[in-house]
Design a protein around this ligand. Structure first.
Ligand code: NDP
Ligand SMILES: O=C(O)C1=N[C@H](C(=O)O)C[C@H](O)C1
Length: 242
């Protein structure tokens, strides 16, 4: 039976994934938390999931590479340097990195890309997200993923056209930009809305996570799918066949 190891096992997502594994009868290889060496777990697990913190990614990825164990990276707040490391690791092991493992957001990203491609740059795109008060990164990984999808639909690189937050006398909106707004409060598991604002009309494509089970289900499905895959960087679209 395929066994799964959890980096960040004591966290909200780590605990939700462990509960799901127990409920589904999938083997848990073990977990790591702050101060643990990730290598022993990487050596015994058939696949790994990482829902920890960006500062842990370097060591977690190095352990996965050393043990040649596939890894699903769900941690958000990653930098360009982290993404370069992930690309490098994907030359040796199977890696899937995503800001959102849910079926709903994976499909939403495809719809957003399509809408952005068809509507053209005179339709302004704004992405609004809301999360619980404990979330430490902004914009959320999902908001950035949806922004990437919209930018790709327009044939642009997100980094060239994103506007993250506004305040003060910022001037009029520049055509073709993608704006991000982040709200934090309470226990919200994750709400995302992509607004396409045209002249006299708006299209809003959104997703609301009612709990963390949806992320856990996607992460476990991705890990089981990845377990026997050769080296490469894979996507949730591939896992879910979307
Ligand atoms: N891709 C997706 O679908 C989803 C992604 N996420 C992302 O997953 C991450 C975790 O979220 P969440 O569970 O809510 O956050 P938590 O803060 O609840 O969990 C993170 C856990 O990682 C632990 N940790 C810190 N350093 C290390 C380390 N070196 N090795 C292993 N574990 C470590 C933390 O310990 P301590 O608290 O003691 O520091 C904490 O228990 C976030 O980046 C979040 O945005 C969340 C939901 C879905
Ligand atoms: O921190 C969270 O909770 C979540 N993080 C991910 C993100 O940054 O988008 C996914 C989900 O929205 C919950």
């Amino acid at each position: 039976m395929t066994s799964i190891g959890i980096f960040g096992s004591a966290g909200r997502m780590g605990r939700t994934i462990a509960d799901l594994l127990a409920a589904e009868g999938v083997a848990l290889a073990g977990g790591t938390d702050v101060g643990d060496d990730p290598l022993p777990l990487a050596q015994i697990a058939d696949a790994l999931v990482d829902f920890s913190i960006p500062a842990a990614l370097d060591a977690n990825l190095a352990a996965a590479r050393a043990a040649r164990t596939p890894i699903v990276i769900g941690t958000t707040g990653l930098s360009d340097a982290h993404h370069a490391l992930i690309d490098e690791a994907a030359r040796e092991i199977a890696v899937l990195q995503t800001g959102n493992t849910s079926l709903g957001v994976t499909l939403l990203a495809t719809l957003v890309r399509e809408a952005a491609a068809r509507l053209g740059p005179d339709w302004d795109i704004e992405i609004v997200e809301m999360h619980h008060r404990y979330k430490v990164d902004a914009p959320s990984g999902t908001a950035l993923l949806l922004g990437e999808a919209a930018a790709t639909g327009r044939g642009e690189a997100l980094g060239d056209i994103s506007v993250i937050g506004r305040g003060g006398l910022v001037g009029q909106r520049s055509e073709g930009t993608i704006g991000f707004a982040s709200l934090r409060g309470g226990s919200v598991a994750g709400d995302h809305q992509v607004v396409f604002a045209g002249q006299g009309e708006r299209i809003e494509l959104g997703h609301r996570a009612e709990n963390r089970d949806i992320f856990a289900r996607g992460a476990v499905r991705a890990a089981l799918w990845l377990a026997d895959k050769p080296a490469g960087r894979y996507t949730m679209q591939q896992v879910l066949g979307l």
